[in-house]
Ligand binder design. Structure first.
Ligand code: ADP
Ligand code: ADP
Length: 226
């Protein structure tokens, strides 16, 4: 089974705009995969559908073999998502933002707290654990989103434009962290509008433009054609 399998996915927004015009994608387990495309291409729409924040118009999506229409509860266990917008409770402490998330997955508190400590340390946020999350810088908030997305140790981590607006130093340390996760077996899918990011990090790549996949290949093969 694939980590992610998308067949003929279409999305028409209420205003009639066709954001996805029949997207097909397969991502192998363990892959480091980039969905590359300019602003407005349909990347966030695709991610939104995967985590059921956006209703698809038609098509099929399976996550680790689970059809999201048939068994979303099961599918979402496999998935950690880091959306572009910061959507945590800004009045909660950093530690609690991460631990609270565990409740959605039925993870016992003791385990949740252990994992929160582990990931906050790895993401250099441990010294901020008691700080209200609204006090964090943009880059720290981004890392907090990552720690929170990992609380149920998902098979797949999806990051929507993870380094948008993040400075170069921090970008590099985020890349390192994500690469280590991938080395440890987590499937990584990220969206980006930087070819450089896709090229440096990822193994396989799909290019999306105006709601259509225009290229789907390995990064190596793509670089040869440029
Ligand atoms: P990307 O993430 O690649 O920048 P999006 O998936 O956010 O692209 O958007 C794809 C297209 O759909 C854009 O043209 C955007 O303006 C449009 N769009 C996004 N959300 C909505 C919405 N709620 N209603 C109408 N159009 C939308
Ligand atoms: P883009 O994806 O084109 O960079 P965004 O508007 O998504 O544009 O983000 C611009 C910057 O603002 C990014 O650095 C992002 O991390 C940051 N940002 C996004 N949402 C929030 C938020 N709710 N609070 C503070 N900063 C945010």
């Amino acid at each position: 089974t694939y980590a992610l399998e998308i067949s003929d996915l279409k999305k028409q927004y209420d205003n009639g705009f066709e954001a996805l015009k029949g997207v097909n994608l397969k991502v192998e387990k363990g892959d480091f995969f980039a969905l590359l495309g300019p602003n407005g291409a349909g990347k966030s729409t695709t991610i939104g559908i995967l985590c059921s924040l956006v209703n698809k118009t038609s098509g099929k999506v399976s996550i680790c073999g689970e059809d999201i229409d048939l068994n979303f509860a099961r599918a979402k266990q496999y998935l950690g998502v880091v959306p572009q917008e910061f959507n945590f409770n800004v009045f909660e402490t950093v530690f609690n933002v991460v631990v609270t998330q565990a409740g959605f997955y039925g993870i016992p508190t003791v385990i949740a707290e252990e994992r929160a400590e582990k990931y906050l340390k790895q993401l250099a946020l441990w010294d901020k654990k008691d700080v209200q999350s609204r006090m964090l810088s943009g880059g720290m908030k981004r890392r907090l989103m990552i720690a929170r997305a990992l609380i149920h140790e998902p098979d797949i981590l999806i990051l929507d434009e993870p380094t948008a607006g993040v400075d170069i130093e921090l970008r590099r340390s985020m890349w390192e962290f994500i690469t280590k996760l991938n080395d440890a077996g987590t499937t990584i899918i990220l969206t980006t509008h930087y070819l450089e990011e896709a090229e440096q990090l990822c193994r396989n790549i799909a290019i999306i433009n105006s709601g259509e996949i225009v290229e789907n290949t390995s990064v190596k093969a793509l670089l040869k054609t440029l």
